[in-house]
Ligand binder design. Structure first.
Ligand code: SF4
Length: 370
C-alpha cells in the first residue's frame, strides 16, 4: 500500500527529474513554509517543498553558524553540493530571521532567481490585506517572469482545486489515523506526507485516493501503548518513526508546520487572490511563526489534544528553531496546568544515532502508562 510513497522519498532527485521531464515545467524550490503552491502551479511551475534533509553538513557551515536551524543549513547544503541542480528558482516566505537571511545568502552566492512572500506582522485582517497587496503582486510578477507564463483566472482556479483536493485527502488520512490508532504505522504515515513535497499534485492525489480506498479493507490492531500528539516545525527525520513503530507508540495527531498546520488549510480562494492568500497564510491552524493574536495556540493545542484522544504531547524540537523555542515553554505549562503530560525531544535533522531519542520517547510512554 505504501510502497509508491517509499519509492519517492528514497529517490527524491530521480522523482523530481522524471516529473520535470514529463511536465515540461521549471522546478521551483519552496523554502518552507506556507508559500501557496497554487500560485506556482498556476504560473506554470512545478513546486517542490524543501523542508530540510539529513545530509551531513560540510559546505553550508561556511555561511551559516552552527546555531542556525538544521532546516536552513541542510537546504543550503543541497544547493552548495549541486544536488539541487534541477531547481530553477526559489520561493521563500519570511517565517523567521533565519529564512529571511537565507534568501540574502542565496542572492549573493547563486545566480538562481529568488522570490519572497513576506508575511505581515499586523493585528487585523485589513492591515494584513493592505500589506500583502504589493507582496502578492511582486510574487506573482516574479513567478510569471521565471516561468514566462501568465497566471490566468482559470489557471488559478484549477490550481486551487488541485491543491485543495490534495489537502482534503491528506485531512482524511489524518482523520483515519485519529480514529483508528495503529492502522497506519508512524513511518508509513510520514512517508506518505513527505512524498507530497516532491510529487506533482496531479500524481500525488490519485495515489492518496488509492491508499484511502485500500485502508478501508484493513482493521487496526488493538492499541497497547500510549497515544501521542506531536508538535513542532518539521516531522523529520523520518528514520525515528521506525523506532516509534518498534516501541509500538501510536501517534494519533500532530501540530507540525509541514504536517497538520499546512494540511488544515482549505482551498485558496482564487476569485479574490489577495483575500485568498491572506486567509491561506493566517488560517486555520496557528503557528509560532505567524503572528495572529486572534488565533491562540494554547487553546488550539488543548482542543487538539482532547479531540484526538492523545494521552500526552511530545514537543519535537529541531535545533535551533527560535520561533518554536520561544513558544514551547508556555505551551507546555498551559497543557500541564490542564493535567496533560508533556515532554520534548531536541534533535538535528542529520542525527545518525537515535538511541538517546528512543530512550526518551520510551521513558515518556512509561510515565504515561504509569
Ligand atoms: S525551522 Fe524554525 S528557524 Fe528554521 S527555517 Fe523553519 S521557522 Fe526558521
Amino acid at each position: 500500500m505504501f510502497e509508491p510513497f517509499h519509492q519517492v522519498v528514497t529517490n527524491v532527485s530521480k522523482t523530481i527529474l522524471k516529473h520535470e521531464a514529463d511536465l515540461g515545467r521549471p522546478v521551483i524550490g519552496v523554502m518552507p513554509a506556507y508559500f501557496p503552491m497554487e500560485l506556482i502551479w498556476a504560473a506554470g511551475g512545478y513546486p517542490v517543498q524543501l523542508w530540510g534533509n539529513n545530509l551531513p553538513l560540510e559546505k553550508s557551515d561556511a555561511y551559516l553558524q552552527a546555531y542556525c536551524c538544521s532546516v536552513a543549513r541542510s537546504v543550503l547544503e543541497l544547493e552548495m553540493r549541486g544536488i539541487a541542480g534541477m531547481v530553477r528558482a526559489y520561493a521563500f516566505t519570511s517565517l523567521c530571521d533565519t529564512l529571511i537571511n537565507l534568501r540574502e545568502i542565496y542572492r549573493r552566492l547563486f545566480s538562481k532567481p529568488t522570490l519572497e512572500l513576506s508575511i505581515p506582522i499586523t493585528r487585523t485582517v485589513q492591515a494584513r490585506r493592505a500589506y500583502l497587496k504589493s507582496v502578492v503582486e511582486r510574487v506573482t510578477d516574479g513567478l510569471q517572469a521565471i516561468t514566462a507564463t501568465k497566471i490566468t483566472p482559470q489557471g488559478l482556479k484549477e490550481a486551487s482545486q488541485l491543491y485543495g483536493r490534495v489537502r482534503a485527502l491528506q485531512r482524511k488520512l489524518y482523520q483515519i489515523r485519529r480514529e483508528t490508532p495503529g492502522l497506519i504505522k508512524n513511518h508509513d504515515f510520514y512517508t506518505v506526507m513527505k512524498a507530497g513535497f516532491f510529487l506533482p499534485a496531479g500524481v500525488y492525489a490519485p495515489l492518496l485516493e488509492n491508499l484511502l480506498t485500500d485502508l478501508e479493507k484493513h482493521t487496526a490492531p488493538k492499541a497497547k501503548r500510549p497515544r501521542l500528539l506531536l508538535s513542532g516545525m518539521v516531522f523529520d527525520p523520518l528514520e525515528i518513526y521506525k523506532l516509534m513503530d518498534e516501541l509500538d507508540v501510536h501517534i494519533v495527531d500532530d501540530d507540525f508546520a509541514n504536517g497538520w498546520r499546512t494540511v488544515a488549510k482549505g482551498d485558496l480562494k482564487a476569485g479574490d487572490l489577495l483575500g485568498g492568500v491572506t486567509g491561506y497564510l493566517f488560517q486555520p491552524a496557528p503557528c509560532c511563526c505567524v503572528y495572529n493574536p486572534d488565533n491562540d495556540r494554547h487553546a488550539y493545542l488543548l482542543n487538539k489534544v482532547k479531540a484526538s484522544g492523545a494521552d500526552g504531547v511530545l514537543f519535537w524540537y529541531v535545533k535551533f528553531c527560535e520561533p518554536d523555542a520561544f513558544d514551547r515553554p508556555q505551551l507546555m505549562k498551559h497543557l500541564k496546568d490542564q493535567n496533560i503530560a508533556t515532554s520534548f525531544v531536541d534533535l538535528e535533522l542529520s542525527i545518525a544515532n537515535f538511541d538517546a531519542v528512543k530512550t526518551r520517547i520510551n521513558a515518556f510512554c512509561e510515565i504515561l502508562e504509569g
